[in-house]
Design a protein around this ligand. Sequence first.
Ligand code: FES
Ligand code: FES
Length: 158
Amino acid sequence: MKKIIKLKVNGIEYELAVEPNRTLVDFIRKDLGLTGTKKGCSIGDCGACTVLMDGTPVFSCLVLAMEADGCGIRTIEGVADGNKLHPVQEAFVSEGAIQCGFCTPGMVMTSIALLKDNPHPSESEIRRAISGNLCRCTGYQKIVEAVKKAEEELRVKS
Ligand code: FES
Ligand code: FES
């Protein structure tokens, strides 16, 4: 039986009925139409579905929509400021850290959470933070460089 949940996604309040087995990734993609969040494996192996739940990165394929009742969710659609990309997004572009782009939304969300918790991560801390996000294209080096570049940009601004 469906249950009503209330939550904020990218600052917008939603109140919707969901099936008890509806995953958060399907809720975000199918019910809200926010298809920036990707669904790769559905079993917690790839990180493509990473979103922030009350600021913490989660694999949204492993979270039920009902578990997000009362929470604040941030997806890749809620990262840019209007037409201005987030510094992490800018760095992914400028460092060439994107090829097919399938992993990118999850990588960006994980990186944003990392830089919020640890504004000056070492390379090994960056690699550890993104270790749950798989990329089959880039070989990771450019992603690591992009996170370092974003850290520098954010340091200059702060
Ligand atoms: S789709 Fe969620 S971890 Fe792969
Ligand atoms: S850019 Fe293709 S999977 Fe990462």
